[in-house]
Design a protein around this ligand. Structure first.
Ligand SMILES: *Cc1c(COP(=O)(O)O)cnc(C)c1O
Length: 496
């Protein structure tokens, strides 16, 4: 049966999956949601035996119904290949009474790779299906991680170019090195002298600039976005929850049909929303445990029903969760309103006007599937060290926020069901915070020396992603002011 997509702020008008992926965001400012959530009508015994790629096909084909079997299998094969350092793609690691679902075995050793390695293929296939012969130009502003993962996904994908802007003085030395050494004939990296908000603002203005769009079109290009609100990123994230469940059944850790809990370290609410969609498809999930760092807007929302972004922005050791507006929450709000686009729009307009909204009592009753909590910086460090000294397993600060919140959940509820913790980054990506949490004898080492020390501690080889940038040549050295970004884009594309 066909699944179409409609906007959370629209009039009910629908588009196909491939059109939704090409557009990214709906023109009315809303997010695309499926008109119905398909059933996971595959017997658990079969799921348990499947490879990651087969599971991906079973899950994604039910959502992206206008892609042919051949098209989808092709996208999957190109995405989940030797870019990942394990054939399992997303292995489970049992430690400390929980199952860590390692989503960091891709090109940039963080979970964004899970979706960004397939998005370029879904997008170029969508362009062909919809007979757009334009070359797709991805524009992204990044505060560090997303830009690199998007480039790794789009590098050398025919029919695409990707331009990434980053704040020249606002990313870590390893993050900058990762970006400026990016290979690929279609990748462009530009440092800007402003901050992340300047870069993000200028990118948004370029997306809305009619004149620029016409110039691009005349030259055979069209802009698109690899932003986390694209359903082409959401749907591939449902896959690994289904896969993990199958693996738990296969290894006899749980019986088919038995409910599990899922803990997700959360920022933009994309990853946990994917777990929620897996539950709605019929995957036996009990609670979705939403873990926040000190930017605990979501914890407060689950506790009080009020979403309030009016607070100080706190820089933490889990920077990918330093977010005050969780864009993907809009999809849950829409569902809680009983799919009432008008009400959803009102909440979102209140958020952009005054920075807050409060949902109704009736809507709060729909939140029973979720449990929210948060970890302070001290609790995050404590979770890293407790996991290491308890089981010899080293986790990164984002995963540690989830592990710490899981302990709070156990204390609050006594619910000791089998639990999967989404492990969103390799500890090698955040060696400084990780090693300092384990011992104070690593202070003073540089980032690469820290990686070697971590390797000595765990016996896990330094990942290729870190090894490569030690010696890689700098290939991008353009730096411009934020106001010059549109002319930088035109120069790259050879127009104007
Ligand atoms: C992006 C990211 C998150 C947050 O995921 P959301 O889908 O934005 O909630 C958590 N951890 C890491 C390492 C990330 O890169």
């Amino acid at each position: 049966m066909q699944v179409l997509y409609k906007s959370t702020r629209g009039n009910g008008e629908t588009v196909t999956a491939s059109q939704a992926i090409l557009k990214g965001l709906s023109e009315d400012g809303g997010l695309f949601v499926p008109t119905r959530i398909p059933d996971l009508d595959v017997p658990m015994e079969r799921l348990a035996e499947m490879t990651y790629q087969d599971t991906a096909y079973e899950v994604m084909s039910r959502f992206l119904t206008d892609y042919t079997e051949e098209e989808l299998k092709n996208c999957i094969a190109r995405a989940y290949d030797s870019k990942f350092d394990t054939e399992e793609i997303a292995p489970l690691h049992k430690a400390d009474g929980a199952y860590f679902l390692e989503l960091f075995h891709g090109a940039t050793i963080a979970f964004k790779d899970m979706a960004l390695s397939i998005l370029p293929h879904l997008m170029t296939t969508a362009a062909k299906k919809n007979r757009t012969d334009k070359e797709i130009v991805i524009l992204t502003a990044t505060s560090g991680d997303t830009g690199k993962a998007a480039m790794a996904g789009f590098a050398d994908v025919p029919g695409t170019k990707i331009i990434v802007f980053y704040p020249k003085h606002g990313v870590s030395p390893i993050q900058e090195k990762q970006m400026v050494t990016q290979k690929g004939n279609n990748t462009y990296v530009v440092g800007i002298t402003g901050n992340f908000d300047d870069a993000q603002g200028a990118v948004k203005r370029m997306f809305n600039d009619r004149e620029l769009a016409e110039e691009l079109e005349a030259a055979g290009y069209q802009f698109s976005s690899a932003n986390s609100i694209n359903i082409g990123r959401l749907v591939p994230q449902i896959v690994y929850y289904v896969y993990a469940y199958g693996k738990l059944v296969k290894s006899g850790e749980i019986q088919a049909g038995q409910e599990i809990n899922v803990v997700v370290p959360t920022g933009n609410f994309g990853n946990i929303l994917a777990a929620y969609y897996a539950k709605l498809m019929g995957l036996p999930v009990n609670r979705l445990i939403c873990a926040s760092n000190e930017n605990k807007v979501l914890f407060d929302f689950f506790r009080t029903g009020t979403y309030d972004r009016n607070r100080d922005f706190i820089l933490t050791s889990s920077p990918s969760m330093d977010i005050l507006i969780s864009s993907n929450l809009e999809r849950l709000i829409y569902r809680l309103t009983g799919e009432n686009a008008k009400k959803c729009r009102e909440f979102m307009e209140a958020l952009s006007r005054g920075g807050e909204y409060t949902i109704t009592e009736e809507m709060r009753e729909g939140l029973g599937d979720f449990y929210g909590n948060f970890c302070s910086e001290g609790e995050t460090r404590e979770a890293i060290s407790a996991t290491y000294y308890g089981s010899g397993y080293v986790i990164d600060p984002h995963t540690a926020v989830a592990a710490g919140v899981y302990q709070k959940y156990l204390r609050d509820t006594g619910d000791d069901r089998a639990t999967v913790i989404a492990s969103t980054a390799s500890p090698y990506k955040f060696t400084r915070s990780v090693m300092d949490a384990i011992s104070d004898r690593y202070q003073g080492l540089d980032d690469f020396a820290l990686a070697d020390a971590l390797s000595a501690l765990t016996g896990v080889k330094v990942p290729k992603a870190v090894e490569e940038i030690r010696t890689a040549p700098v290939l991008h050295d353009t730096v411009v002011d934020a106001v010059e970004m549109p002319s930088a884009v035109k120069k790259i594309l050879g127009i104007g």
